[in-house]
Write a protein that binds this ligand. Structure first.
Ligand SMILES: C[S@@+](CC[C@H](N)C(=O)[O-])C[C@H]1O[C@@H](n2cnc3c(N)ncnc32)[C@H](O)[C@@H]1O
Length: 378
């Protein structure tokens, strides 16, 4: 690590014992004690200290602090042999959680203007305001790893993200599911005529599926998401795309009130417990979201209406769901598949042979199911 001998100067003093606001995505309780550390700290010593439960407040150089995180991360990587995809998945998830818990003990302090207490620090104030709003205390303390994630997200939000088939860009917010996997988005092109239809978008995230359907001629979309960040993000994107007159989003569980001609949903697809707020976009404990979505779908449809469910088979490939489970759920909930369109996963992880889950990910298929209530078919 680059360790300058020259003294580093902090832009402000964070007095020992000062009150602060603590921000952590994983609901970890606020540290009761912060130990100041600087560029003289080696990664080996840092690892020993965080493993003993200490929170280390970095006060040295910003770039050295980032290098320390990288060095700690490399020390945590350990090879393991898995006999099944499920074992590989569980081991990988445990390792990621352990990595997250360890690295999150390297924290930094910010002042009331969200200035960072480190030499050579970038301006992080805008990224902090976007995620937390105005500060409520004189000091804020946050894991450096999270702050770096927030800076990356602020950059995505500023630049915007191109999505195949969408006219205009999506500007994602921190903590909202990013539509960088374009395979599932492209499946929407297979949807027959949506002209004039009233749509529900359940778990809207950035709102990307709603906007594609509105640009294809849908009359109005009512969207929901359980996460306030997604709601704010979708609302802002609707405005940017000039679609806010035909788009309404509310914070809530599953379906909006009333009925729709089309109900679209790209649910979290891994039936395992979420460990933090961001995980709720991907992890659905015991498939509760999916079961409840399918149970409620017939009642949410206008006569002649159709459900559009996007689902990857990764859970089956990992051994988290038995083959045929989804079809059983369709039958249990009185739903018939009237058409479907599938695509192999094309995201970068599907091609990464070093990924411990490569065997499953390289075979992953995502399918868009067109569903109608069974009684209508009889
Ligand atoms: C896989 S993401 C899909 C986001 C977006 N529809 C897309 O396709 O990019 C799933 C979304 O469902 C939301 N979600 C999870 N549980 C929910 C619930 N019970 N009710 C509403 N939304 C939920 C998550 O916050 C997340 O935004």
């Amino acid at each position: 690590m680059d360790r300058p001998r020259r003294p580093t100067t902090s832009p402000f003093e964070f007095p020992p014992g000062a009150a602060f606001t603590w921000h952590s995505e994983s609901d970890e309780p606020a540290p009761t004690r912060l130990s100041p550390v600087d560029d003289g700290l080696s990664a080996d010593t840092a690892l020993k200290r965080v493993r003993r439960g200490e929170f280390l407040r970095y006060t040295g150089d910003f770039h050295n602090a980032k290098q320390l995180l990288g060095a700690l991360g490399r020390r945590l990587e350990r090879p393991w042999q898995a006999r099944t995809p499920l074992e590989a998945f569980r081991a990988e998830r445990r390792a990621r959680q352990q990595e997250h818990a360890t690295l999150s003990r390297i924290v930094v302090a910010l002042d009331r203007g969200y200035r960072l207490d480190l030499a050579r620090a970038p301006d992080v104030a805008e990224a902090c305001r976007q995620v937390w709003g105005e500060p409520t205390e004189d000091f804020t303390v946050v894991p450096l790893k999270q702050l770096l994630g927030m800076l990356g997200a602020a950059e995505w939000r500023r630049k915007g993200l191109a999505v195949p088939g969408l006219k205009g860009l999506i500007h994602p917010h921190y903590g909202v599911y990013l539509p960088t996997r374009t395979d599932y988005v492209e499946l929407l092109a297979a949807v027959p005529d949506v002209n004039g239809q009233r749509v529900f978008d359940v778990g809207t995230g950035t709102g990307v599926l709603s906007f594609l359907l509105l640009q294809q001629g849908a009359a109005f979309v009512q969207a929901t998401d359980c996460d306030s960040r997604a709601v704010a993000c979708a609302r802002e994107n609707a405005e940017r795309l000039g679609l806010s007159q035909r788009f309404q989003v509310t914070e809530g569980d599953l379906f909006p009130e009333g009925k729709a001609d089309l109900v679209v949903c790209n649910p979290p697809w891994i039936p395992e417990p979420p460990k933090n707020r961001v995980d709720r976009a991907v992890f659905d404990e015991d498939s509760q979201f999916l079961r409840r979505f399918l149970e409620g779908l017939p009642a949410a449809l206008n006569p002649g209406g159709e459900g559009l469910l996007i689902l990857s088979d990764l859970a089956v490939l990992l051994g988290l769901r038995p083959p045929g489970w989804l079809e059983e759920q369709f039958e249990r909930c009185g739903l018939t598949v009237v058409w479907k369109e599938s695509t192999p996963a094309r995201h970068s992880k599907a091609k990464d042979k070093a990924d411990p889950l490569h065997a499953a990910r390289s075979r992953e298929i995502t399918t868009l199911y067109g569903l109608v209530p069974t009684t209508r078919r009889e």
